[in-house]
Design a protein around this ligand. Structure first.
Ligand SMILES: Nc1ncnc2c1ncn2[C@@H]1O[C@H](COP(=O)(O)OP(=O)(O)OP(=O)(O)O)[C@@H](O)[C@H]1O
Length: 465
């Protein structure tokens, strides 16, 4: 009886919650009910999910149960583990019916393959994971927390319902490949015999073409369908390559049907990739899609500190902040900047300080300074808030201009190397304490008001991309 109650509760939660949230946190819960029906335990795959569900959803789950059940409610518990009676939660209204094995020979589970003889490329790529890309070396922050949690879930419970495929998407150099390898490495750590195959989508295409040419396409198919986890990077490169998409489509279906894990990365949300077939786009959405955003300042600092530690270099906090404030677009560039600083240290034998960093990164900093001026910030902010540039210089204190002015000052402090008095002077001759106050106020508001935080992030993105 209580299990039916849980199913009804799930249906309601699926209606209420954004599907990503439902798939990520609620769908994986398994239920077990005590013999007398007095106790219901929800099992989550790990501690992280327990904490998250307890914080964000437990109260609502209790309310929904109360609304659904007239009689006494079972005592609800939440813990890490797995119920012996696992509930398979039916996914409602899958975007397209999955093909059955009867529909096409392509989707039929392949017999265990002999090691491919001349599927040379594929064979060479077996488990070619970068062993440095692990969870411990990945720095978590607001911008990647959900993606990282999803990746951890997959590593702990591969091919579980709702997480297959796992799709990580976002701009260049934000850690998609790193996270994907981290899952692969963790799968292998837990099961050294697992067959984890990573490859770039262009490699898949090249392997397929060569298999067609060498008439080894059947081995090719068998090989890819025999893996425990298939990790394919940058699927946007499938765009416009119809035959590869066709082959990938069948591989994809076969793996999903057999309960093998698929992890994909893409430089944007796949629905936005031109030249990708609709049926593929729709299948990519069957599991869990998580975005990676550019890291915010604190995460950039933490990444720099971690990379410096890995290189056994002492990077003082002020130096890390100095770099992170200037290199904002992505982690790869951040790493590049740090590498230059480290090379400079090794070359000169000097200690790392702001002076050394300025010297090591002088062309990068000059480039930034040219691109982002206070004028540019004022123009962008005025346009964003639909006010006039002179309003930013004027003494007017009405909220509609005072807030954008404070935001523009804070951005000027963060993005340029102008001093507080210089910034004040550019905003109608204001005092440096006014600028300081504006920066503090904006920082405070970014913590408390999601709206201001969103405005700030939008402006940062416009100014730095
Ligand atoms: N959060 C992070 N913590 C530690 N290192 C990171 C993080 N994010 C990215 N990196 C590092 O930044 C570099 C670029 O990351 P990665 O190759 O995963 O980016 P990507 O999103 O796959 O980019 P692309 O689309 O260009 O392939 C890697 O060296 C990776 O280790």
């Amino acid at each position: 009886m209580s299990k039916t109650l849980w199913n009804r509760c799930l249906t309601r939660l699926e209606d209420e919650l954004p599907s990503q949230q439902f798939n990520m946190w609620i769908r994986p819960l398994q239920v077990s009910v005590s013999a007398d029906g007095a106790e219901m335990t929800l099992f989550a795959p790990n501690r992280f999910v327990v904490d998250w569900v307890r914080d964000k959803y437990m109260e609502r789950i209790g309310e929904v149960m109360g609304e659904m059940e007239q009689g006494p409610l079972p005592q609800l518990r939440l813990e890490v583990g797995s119920s012996r009676v696992t509930e398979i939660i039916p996914k409602r209204q899958a975007p397209e019916p999955r093909p059955t094995t009867a529909q096409t020979a392509e989707t039929r589970p392949a017999p265990p393959p002999a090691p491919p003889s001349d599927v040379g490329l594929a064979a060479k790529h077996r488990s070619n994971l970068n062993t440095g890309f692990t969870f411990p070396t990945f720095v978590e922050g607001k911008s990647n927390r959900m993606a990282c949690a999803a990746a951890q879930q997959v590593a702990e419970n591969p091919a579980s319902h709702g997480y297959n495929p796992l799709l990580l998407y976002g701009g260049v150099g934000l850690g998609k490949t790193h996270l994907m390898h981290a899952v692969g490495n963790e799968l292998l750590r837990r099961n050294p015999n697992a067959k984890v195959v990573y490859l770039h989508s262009e490699r898949f295409v090249a392997d397929m073409i060569s298999a067609l040419r060498n008439k080894t396409i059947n081995e090719f198919k068998r090989f890819y369908r025999s893996v425990d986890a298939l990790l394919i990077d940058d699927i946007q490169f499938f765009a416009g390559k119809e035959q590869s998409q066709e082959e990938f489509f069948h591989t994809f279906n076969a793996l999903l049907e057999n309960g093998q894990q698929i992890i994909l990365t893409c430089d944007k949300f796949p629905k936005e990739v031109d030249g990708l077939e609709e049926r593929l786009k729709s299948r990519f959405g069957w599991g869990l899609s998580q975005p990676l955003e550019p890291p915010e300042l604190e995460t950039r600092v933490a990444i720099l500190k971690k990379k410096a530690e890995e290189a056994r270099i002492e990077l003082p906090n002020d130096a890390a902040f100095f770099i992170a404030q200037r290199i904002r677009s992505n982690v790869r560039e951040l790493e590049g900047a740090l590498r230059r600083v480290i090379a400079h240290v090794r070359f000169t034998g000097a200690q790392i300080d702001i002076g050394l960093i300025k010297e090591a990164l002088k062309d990068l900093i000059a480039l930034q300074a040219r691109q982002i001026s206070i004028d540019n910030i004022q123009r962008t902010v005025a346009e964003y808030y639909k006010i006039k540039i002179p309003d930013l210089h004027s003494p007017r204190r009405t909220r509609s201009v005072a807030r954008p002015r404070q935001v523009a000052m804070a951005l000027s402090k963060e993005l340029t190397s102008h001093s507080l008095p210089e910034i004040g002077a550019s905003f109608g001759g204001r005092d440096h304490t006014t600028v300081l106050h504006a920066c503090r106020k904006v920082n405070e508001l970014r913590e408390t008001s999601p709206e201001i935080e969103e405005d700030y992030q939008n402006l940062l993105r416009t100014l730095t991309s």
